[in-house]
Design a protein around this ligand. Structure first.
Ligand SMILES: [Ca+2]
Length: 258
């Protein structure tokens, strides 16, 4: 316990100018500052968006005059609110973005004697974005250009990067919420969008683009085997029917009146 020594000097003056001086003491005067303890940050690792509650208990030999919270992010210097019937003071800070936060709490008693306590915490982003891949148009002729659109993707904070990837002979990579690409080969293309936030959380989505060999329709790169079989059977049937018709006509003409 810290003390200072104080001596009181009493001067008594009477009418007519006479006076007397008396000394009293020394007295021991308590100079110990208030104590800040039980600092609590809740939640301890806030995930944005989040409200962070900071509480501290302030005790001392004299009544507490005021308690302040000074933080760097956001830059504030606010008075903490006393909890009635306790020695606890609290304040709340809001975070929409990740941040490394440091703060100092200062408490002063009615004598003006004060003390401080420092703290820190990390406001983090642990929520992955939601990727939404779109393309316009979804069907293009060979030589046509499609625009990839990832602008409908969302995140609790913000999306830091958009990356498009697909295979067109070689692996193709494009960047940006919007990206244009001219297709030179017919086929069906699975275009993957990957969106990532500033904390490295990510999500993917796929949009399909069909590239037709001509403006009149979509040409497949390969014809399914079942379609080839069906076509062969049809041609064979037609040929057989034509042969039978020819035979019957030949027979009818051979047996007819001459
Ligand atoms: Ca996020």
């Amino acid at each position: 316990m810290s003390t200072s020594s104080v001596v009181l000097r009493v001067i008594a003056t009477v009418p007519g100018g006479g006076s007397a001086v008396g000394l009293s003491g020394p007295f021991a005067v308590l100079t110990e500052p208030p104590v800040l303890e039980n600092l609590m940050i809740s939640p301890g690792r806030p995930s944005v968006p989040a409200d962070v509650n900071i509480t501290v208990d302030v005790v001392g030999g004299f009544p507490i005059w005021e308690v302040w919270l000074e933080a760097d992010t956001p830059a504030v210097n606010i008075s903490m609110t006393p909890v009635a019937g306790t020695r606890t003071f609290y304040a709340s800070l809001s975070y929409d973005a990740p941040a490394s936060v440091t703060f100092v709490i200062r408490a002063s008693d009615v004598r003006g004697v004060w003390a401080s306590l420092a703290g820190s915490f990390e406001a983090v982003d642990e929520e992955a974005p939601i990727a939404v891949a779109q393309a316009e148009p979804r069907e293009v002729p060979v030589g046509g250009t499609a625009t990839f659109d990832g602008s409908a993707s969302t995140d609790n904070h913000r999306i830091a990067s958009y990356a498009w990837s697909f295979q067109d002979k070689d692996a193709q990579h494009l960047e940006g919420a919007f990206a244009n690409y001219t297709f030179l080969h017919a086929g069906t293309y699975e275009v993957t969008l990957r969106v990532e936030d500033a904390s490295g959380n990510f999500d993917t989505d796929v949009v399909t683009v069909i590239v037709a060999s001509s403006a009149g329709g979509v040409r497949s790169e390969t014809v399914p085997l079942a379609d080839l079989c069906a076509l062969s059977l049809l041609l064979f049937g037609l040929a057989a029917a034509a042969l039978w018709v020819a035979l019957w006509r030949r027979m009818f003409q051979d047996r007819g009146p001459r």
